[in-house]
Design a protein around this ligand. Sequence first.
Ligand SMILES: Cc1cc2nc3c(=O)[nH]c(=O)nc-3n(C[C@H](O)[C@H](O)[C@H](O)COP(=O)(O)OP(=O)(O)OC[C@H]3O[C@@H](n4cnc5c(N)ncnc54)[C@H](O)[C@@H]3O)c2cc1C
Length: 416
Amino acid sequence: MKYSIFSLLRNSFSGHKNWQPAWRNPDPKPEYDIIIVGGGGHGLATAYYLAKEHGLKNIAVLEKSWLGSGNIGRNTTIIRSNYLLPGNNPFYELSMKLWEGLEQDFNFNAMVSQRGVLNLCHTDAQRDAFARRGNGMRIDGVDAELLDAHAVREMYPYFDFENPRFPIKGGLLQRRGGTVRHDAVAWGFARGADMRGVDVIQGCEVQGIDIENGKVVGVQTSRGAIKCKKLALCAAGHSSEVASMAGLKLPIESHVLQAFVSEGLKPFIDGVVTFGAGHFYVSQSDKGGLVFGGDLDGYNSYARRGNLPMVEHVVEAGVAMIPALSRIRTLRSWGGVMDMSMDGSPIIDKTSVHGLYLNAGWCYGGFKATPASGFCYAHLIAKDEPHEVATAYRLDRFRRGLVLDEKGQGATPNLH
Ligand SMILES: Cc1cc2nc3c(=O)[nH]c(=O)nc-3n(C[C@H](O)[C@H](O)[C@H](O)COP(=O)(O)OP(=O)(O)OC[C@H]3O[C@@H](n4cnc5c(N)ncnc54)[C@H](O)[C@@H]3O)c2cc1C
């Protein structure tokens, strides 16, 4: 069913009794050409683009839980393409362009809101680094503006500009950055893939990978064995567990990242703002809650909840930026399991097992990448060669020393 003003009118005249489910709930078939493990944003986007761009239909997405239960429904919804390195920028800019047309493309309202992403700087050295990054972005055709403190003050007069420890000196603004309603992204891609014949199967956990003569032939699942010609891993925080079923040890650690939502407030922050002297990022949802987050909790975990010291750390940074935040109450918090790669950049590549593909290492920046990740992964799976904007995301880059260390932190996944 295509959503439009006409379908809305038609259904309103029939008492809204004839809406169809957004996607089917099929049982697994004994065999598929392609199986995708993980019904998060990246897995569903991959299925969507495999069907739409490459005309492939005999595909299943196997999700152990329900759609949207993973990081796709747990993130702070920020999208941007304000990267520095040439290996990253064209990829994230492709993602931004796909976001810009996504709702028309998959006929679903994902509330894409290009409200601007502003990174604050607090020292002269940080402003120089932002100028360098902004220039890098503009060389790659990405919009970037370097603002002085006066320009930031005009946008957000209630920030603590004269904070003795962290005075605000300016910021790097990407006006095309913003937010997207995260679970609608999962639903939109699921519906779009289902409409094109993909089986999206919830409650189906992959428990083993069948390999014969170095080639993938199928998977063992909680709903029985399923054969396949190609197997695409897309399990985000559980990538290491799933890859180990094929005997692979990944350069990835799993860490927990928390997110927070405040009580509802009147319109207060109309863009996304990040504090540059700690790690704090905030936007305001359509319901009025401030949506904010900070650093990883700092230890390996598969738990989807964090600890109090990080709550204190995040709120401290927030109050240093906006003192008035100390008067609001936090309503909800949760955690997600992040697939932290050693250099902070993702992996979209084939593996040493024939027919086994890997999409992982998204750290805590994979939401913004969802469309491009699906687009490029689908290209790799369909054509067996990397898409031109994803050539840097090779699995063997760690062995070959060609790391893509955007932050310059070294091989310390918890710092990326
Ligand atoms: C608190 C938080 C804030 C974040 N904020 C941002 C942000 O503002 N901007 C941004 O760009 N990124 C952000 N991220 C990161 C982003 O959400 C992730 O990088 C991205 O969602 C990961 O890809 P995914 O959507 O496919 O993951 P997921 O939704 O986690 O999908 C993976 C799926 O695989 C399934 N799975 C695992 N094992 C198996 C198995 N054995 N069999 C079958 N299925 C399996 C899981 O159940 C899960 O549904 C944030 C993450 C968190 C947790």
